[in-house]
Design a protein around this ligand. Structure first.
Ligand code: HEM
Length: 320
């Protein structure tokens, strides 16, 4: 280490409030860092607990865990945008690019779920999983809360009765996904959703509050006009919305169809929902940024080619 660097380093450490003598002595005694201490591969590869001895159940568990790690990275990036001081379109757009990249990975890799397991094995081990469902992924719900205003996640039937002054708990009860957690005959909540809420309700309410004015849509709306009119950012917003709410949803739907329709008799979802109606984007037409799509695009939501949304060259194309 050069003398200059040495002095600068000591000064920087001291400015951090560290006792530099103790700190430098500590470094001399510390063990050298290794890959396994830092990345923790042993912990990671021992996190899989099968319910059966069927080999393809391992594929199912690991793939879900990979999804959860990517969800974590997505939430991480959203937070960088949401709480950035003096946010610029360039930073916003770049981070959305990263997030969409992660979702693109989730879309293309869904093949692992679709072709990576034998139907016969899946049909056996899935019976040991009820009433659990991917529906109970808390991070997926957090991505939704952090991406858009709550009103865009409310079941269409109740939107008129809910606004920004509605208590969070009330809004929560009317989220679109509540419909998948009801027993359609009795109207009662299913065990799947009751367990989900018991574990996460308070976490969700806190998270909803945290992102109430900081979700990606709010942040976009409140950008200074010059930044907001950036066409690259507009296209990044559209790409993200389409990738999550059409492309990923359709990959998921197609995989679910392969297994649940592929069985000798059509199977029910482990979570118990009327899954086809619930899941296909053409029914609920869920979007994080409805104002960034034309009325025709919304009309055809989920019907168009999976890659097929238009790259805009300016805002005028949006009819707003
Ligand atoms: C063989 C593979 C899969 C099948 C058959 C399947 C099936 C289903 C079904 C039927 C539902 C509707 C809720 C219910 O269970 O009643 C659902 C919801 C859900 N699944 Fe999957 N799934 C699969 C893989 C995955 C993976 C890899 C993930 C990633 C974490 C995932 C995440 C979700 C999420 C987030 C929901 C809720 C979606 C929403 O509310 O719109 N699923 N899944």
């Amino acid at each position: 280490m050069s003398k200059k660097l040495n002095n600068d380093t000591l000064k920087a450490l001291s400015e951090k409030g560290l006792n530099t003598d103790v700190f430098m002595e500590g470094i001399q005694s510390a063990k050298p860092l290794t890959y396994w201490d830092y990345i923790q591969p042993e912990a990671l590869i021992n996190l899989q607990v099968q319910r059966t001895d069927l080999p393809d159940e391992m594929v199912f568990i690991v793939y879900h865990q990979i999804n959860e790690l990517l969800f974590k990275m997505i939430l991480w990036e959203i937070e960088q945008v949401a709480f950035r001081k003096d946010l610029k379109a360039k930073f916003f757009s770049e981070r959305l690019g990263r997030i969409s990249g992660y979702f693109d990975m989730l879309c293309s890799s869904f093949r692992i779920m679709k072709d990576g397991m034998e139907l016969k094995q899946y049909m056996k081990f899935r019976k040991t999983l009820a009433p659990a469902s991917g529906f109970q992924s808390a991070q997926y719900r957090m991505i939704e809360f952090a991406s858009t205003d709550l009103i865009n996640l409310i079941d269409y039937r109740f939107r008129k009765t809910i606004n920004r002054n509605t208590p969070f708990k009330h809004a929560f009860e009317h989220l679109y996904w509540q419909a998948a957690g009801k027993n359609h005959e009795t109207g009662e909540k299913t065990t799947m959703i009751n367990l989900f809420e018991k574990k996460y309700l308070n976490v969700f309410i806190d998270f909803m509050k945290k992102y109430n004015n900081k979700n990606l849509w709010c942040i976009f709306e409140n950008l200074p006009t010059k930044e907001k009119n950036n066409v690259e950012l507009l296209n990044s917003m559209r790409h993200f919305d389409h990738t999550v709410n059409v492309k990923w949803v359709m990959e998921h739907y197609n995989t679910a169809s392969k297994y649940l329709d592929g069985a000798q008799k059509a199977e029910k979802a482990t979570g118990g929902s009327d899954w086809k109606k619930y899941m296909h984007p053409k029914y609920q037409k869920r979007t994080f940024f409805p104002k960034l799509w034309t009325s025709d695009e919304i009309k055809n939501w989920g019907e168009q080619n999976l890659e097929g949304y238009k790259i805009l060259s300016n805002f005028k194309e949006l009819e707003i």
